[in-house]
Ligand binder design. Structure first.
Ligand code: GLY
Length: 376
């Protein structure tokens, strides 16, 4: 069982700042060389390639990176770019074919609203939340994934907060009921007693009965796919910040304890905790998501010893990742920042590459810690 380290912030801070500066350089170059292009994963370190997308869900992450750069650098060039990339996404607020509207709009139009206070930007986020709620299946009580009406994904826990947001901003009780019901169904069907999670739940669409756990991106239906676990940890924590329901906090804590306990030293997770020796490559993106989710959870938990453990774990992950082994400082040909991520191992897509959500959540975690150090 791995334990978080006690990380020296004075030692970590310059590496956080160096990594942030590297982001500004790499992503400034990306949008300069490939304007209006939303990549998902690299091939051979290159963002633009002809590889399969599986599903197109990442546009909010590039936009969110531009907002993080603006919020720290405070130069209008970044704001112009972030606003421009937001506008390219506006039409997606009505997209009923995807379950990723939270990923897209909480990282694009929500920061735009927060920066400007412009109510028209908030309206786009609210509409996206209302659109996502249309995926709710009365029979079964869940938001279905893009796969089809029978499918619930653990990833949706990162998207359901946009429905809580829309419910809060509109006072619409029905939206609140839908979002809460989805969380309880997810907990009951694909969060396991030990805190691990399945990627997918399959339901009988006629009766709403839960049939079985399943996976697309993990090793097997029963296995411990680490990115899904990180989505659950972070998602249930965010949901708790809306609901104040101890059931949501308890799931996030169970996920967090399980994630930390099963990680190797340094807390960079393999792509699936059950992957056999010889096939246990890291998924740095899982740990980047976990770092940001653990940092948040340290603030939310009511237990001081847990808070300390989660904060140390988040810092341990950043301490490990902000290094030559993971950041492309010494590889000018590599177009991403965070190396050694995994997209879709069973399909062989984006394996040992940079992935856009890894880039986003690593930067988000770095910005949170730098803000704390700077007293912002
Ligand atoms: N299905 C979203 C992910 O790759 O985590």
């Amino acid at each position: 069982m791995a334990e978080p380290q006690l990380v020296d912030l004075a030692d970590l801070k310059p590496r956080l700042q160096r990594t942030f500066d590297h982001y500004a350089s790499k992503f400034g170059t990306l949008i300069d060389h490939h304007p209006d292009y939303f990549p998902i994963y690299t091939e051979g370190g290159r963002w633009r390639h002809g590889g399969e997308l599986w599903t197109d869900w990442c546009a909010g992450f590039l936009t969110g990176i531009l907002w993080h750069c603006y919020r720290r650098i405070r130069h209008e060039w970044w704001r112009d770019k972030a606003e421009h990339y937001c506008r390219l996404l506006e039409h997606k607020q009505h997209d009923r074919d995807v379950h990723d509207l939270g990923f897209i709009f909480l990282n694009s139009y929500l920061p735009w609203y927060e920066v400007t206070g412009d109510a028209s930007k908030k309206r786009v986020v609210v509409t996206a939340g209302q659109t996502l709620a249309m995926r709710f299946r009365e029979r079964g009580q869940y938001l279905c994934s893009f796969i089809g009406p029978e499918s619930l994904f653990i990833d949706i826990m990162m998207n359901v907060p946009i429905i809580f947001y829309a419910a809060r901003e509109t006072g619409d009780e029905r939206l609140l009921e839908v979002a809460k019901a989805h969380c309880r169904t997810t907990e009951r069907t694909i969060v396991r007693p030990d805190g691990s999670t399945a990627h997918e739940g399959i339901f009988d669409t006629n009766t709403g009965e839960f049939l079985r756990q399943s996976t697309h991106q993990g090793l097997s239906a029963e296995s411990d796919w680490t990115r899904g676990l990180a989505w659950s940890l972070y998602g249930f924590g965010t949901v708790y910040s809306y609901t104040n329901d101890p059931a949501d906090l308890a799931v996030a804590e169970r996920n967090a304890d399980h994630f930390i306990d099963r990680c190797p030293d340094g807390l960079v997770a393999p792509w699936d905790f059950d992957a056999p020796e010889g096939d246990r490559m890291a998924d740095s993106s899982a740990s980047a998501i976990a770092a940001s989710g653990l940092w948040q959870l340290a603030d939310l938990t009511r237990d001081p010893s847990r808070a300390a453990r989660y904060q140390d774990a988040a810092l341990t992950i950043l301490d490990t990742l902000c290094s030559d082994a993971y950041v492309s400082w010494n590889d000018p040909e590599w177009e991403g920042v965070l190396k050694h991520g995994v997209y879709h191992k069973p399909k062989g897509l984006g394996v040992d590459q940079s992935v856009m959500w890894g880039e986003f959540f690593f930067l988000e975690a770095i910005c949170k810690v730098l803000a704390m150090i700077d007293g912002d």
